[in-house]
Design a protein around this ligand. Structure first.
Ligand SMILES: [Zn+2]
Ligand SMILES: [Zn+2]
Length: 215
């Protein structure tokens, strides 16, 4: 049987997403997906390590009060890192293939915005920006971009309690969109995974804080 993408080579694999039979050159073995379903290849292992050390450098030790009001002896801030194109490109690439099968990405302003844009550029899929809080007297909508009828993958920079992602999911669901996955750059491992799971959301971290601190 010929590859159902290029029509030239012999098909050797079946894409787990679209179920088509594809050849070696139209298949990404790491993902089990064809090149149509995953147009961007994941980073090579050494580049993932490079990215890990860049993100590790964003972990600052000290006494901090988090947005939630909780105290912490460390703080993760990748907002500065993602102003750098090389880091943003690597993250966009890693985030985009974790959204295979989704119609697009969604992120809460401000931290996730560069990330959803990067994922969108890599994957060719649209994105949605979710506003932080509903403005009391404003006429602004809670989100920018198309949500109704779309299956969206939420992207976060840093996940702590999962509250931000949960609110994003509520906005998407109340606007007739579908969401069941949150991809985060750093999971602080403070209970978000369980809270999100109980709200039918799977947390997919690129890095866990335990990997970053020990590295
Ligand atoms: Zn092929
Ligand atoms: Zn496919």
């Amino acid at each position: 049987m010929k590859c159902e993408i290029c029509g030239i080579n012999e098909a050797r694999y079946v894409c787990i997403s679209c179920k088509r039979n594809v050849c070696t050159s139209c298949y990404r073995p790491m993902l089990g997906l064809c090149t149509d379903c995953a147009p961007v290849a994941p980073l090579k292992e050494e580049n993932v390590e490079e990215l890990r050390s860049l993100v590790s450098n964003c972990v600052k030790e000290g006494d901090f009060v988090l947005t939630s009001g909780r105290k912490s002896n460390y703080y993760v801030d990748i907002k500065g890192l993602i102003t750098q194109p090389a880091a943003l490109q690597s993250l966009g690439r890693e985030l985009s293939w974790r959204g295979v099968g989704y119609d697009g990405f969604a992120g809460v302003e401000l931290g996730a915005v560069p990330l959803v844009v990067a994922a969108s550029l890599y994957s060719g899929k649209p994105y949605v920006i979710i506003r932080k809080e509903k403005r009391e007297h404003g006429v602004e909508k809670e989100h920018i971009g198309q949500v109704e009828g779309k299956r969206l993958c939420i992207i976060e920079d840093v996940t702590t309690t999962g509250e931000t992602a949960l609110r994003a999911a509520k906005v998407i669901r109340s606007n007739k969109g579908y969401v069941d996955r949150v991809v985060t750059v750093v999971d602080r491992e403070e209970g978000a995974e369980e809270i999100l799971k109980s709200n039918k959301l799977e947390l997919v971290p690129l890095f866990r804080i335990s990997d970053l601190k020990n590295g």
